[in-house]
Ligand binder design. Structure first.
Ligand SMILES: C[S@@+](CC[C@H](N)C(=O)[O-])C[C@H]1O[C@@H](n2cnc3c(N)ncnc32)[C@H](O)[C@@H]1O
Length: 245
């Protein structure tokens, strides 16, 4: 993708279609280019890792499993929401079984890209938007629900958070990783219609018309903890645990 400063300049100078639907088309184009040369112009390391049949289940998610009723359950059920064509969540955990599902509203397009390029990732992304998870999965069915760099690409991030929370088992976790305030950075163009930010540990979803607190919206069954990612500038991590009632 073009560096941000050039994207903003291009929008300002030449306009162009900055609608949400045009954003979905651009996202599909981005992935077709990114995967075409085994990630050489995107990230060769990410491509290699995500295609690896032994892609490791990451330590920060192992810690969440340990702090939940899933600590004693096998297999554990994990969902990646807005996964793109190659989920960034691994599944290989020696001594444990991780049953990983990945969803994205562009899954049909990703299928044709993967087929054209004859790529067979270890986890195939299925079609579903974050807003509609309950039409695909039963409530209370995942130990961990992950959404990385995708919630702020959705049309309705609050509905996505509600649905992610609904499909999480009591005692389980929603894990979110995002850059702060991307819509402001991107000039509310394309998929970037919402900002995510942190305030006193809460996750705030906001744009020019609305502002939502995840703590207020999810209520007392949710313990929400948002903090900066100490490794990545501008990134924030949110862990939401669904209390057992
Ligand atoms: C920047 S990519 C991130 C992909 C992947 N999570 C990663 O970290 O590589 C954003 C993804 O969000 C997806 N997306 C867009 N709208 C969405 C929605 N309503 N629900 C879930 N994902 C959505 C896009 O299709 C795209 O694959």
């Amino acid at each position: 993708m073009l560096p941000r400063i050039f994207q903003r300049l291009r929008h300002r100078l030449f306009g162009g279609d900055t609608s949400y639907d045009a954003g979905l088309e651009n996202e599909a184009l981005f992935w077709r280019k990114a995967l075409a040369d085994e990630g050489k112009r995107w990230s060769p390391e990410a491509f290699r890792q995500r295609m690896d049949p032994e892609f490791a289940f990451p330590p920060h998610l192992q810690e969440l499993v340990a702090a939940s009723p899933a600590a004693n359950r096998d297999p554990i059920q994990v969902l990646d929401v807005g996964a793109g064509p190659l989920t960034a969540v691994g599944f290989h955990w020696p001594g444990r079984q991780v049953d990983l599902s990945a969803v994205d509203p562009l899954a049909d397009v990703f299928d044709s890209i993967l087929d054209d390029l004859q790529l067979a990732p270890p986890t195939r992304t299925r079609k579903a938007a974050g807003e509609d998870l309950l039409s695909v999965f039963p409530a209370d069915s995942f130990d961990i629900v992950v959404c990385s760099n995708a919630l702020d690409h959705s049309r309705d991030p609050l509905q996505c958070v509600r649905q992610m929370f609904a499909v999480t088992r009591p005692g389980g976790w929603v894990f979110l990783w995002h850059y702060r305030n991307e819509a402001e950075e991107e000039g509310y163009a394309g998929l970037h219609q919402w900002n995510l930010d942190e305030s006193a540990g809460d996750m705030i979803l906001w744009n020019r018309k609305a502002r939502h607190s995840c703590r207020m919206e999810l209520g007392s069954q949710a313990v929400v903890d948002t903090r900066p990612d100490s490794q990545v500038s501008r990134a924030i991590v949110t862990r939401i645990q669904k209390q057992v009632v």
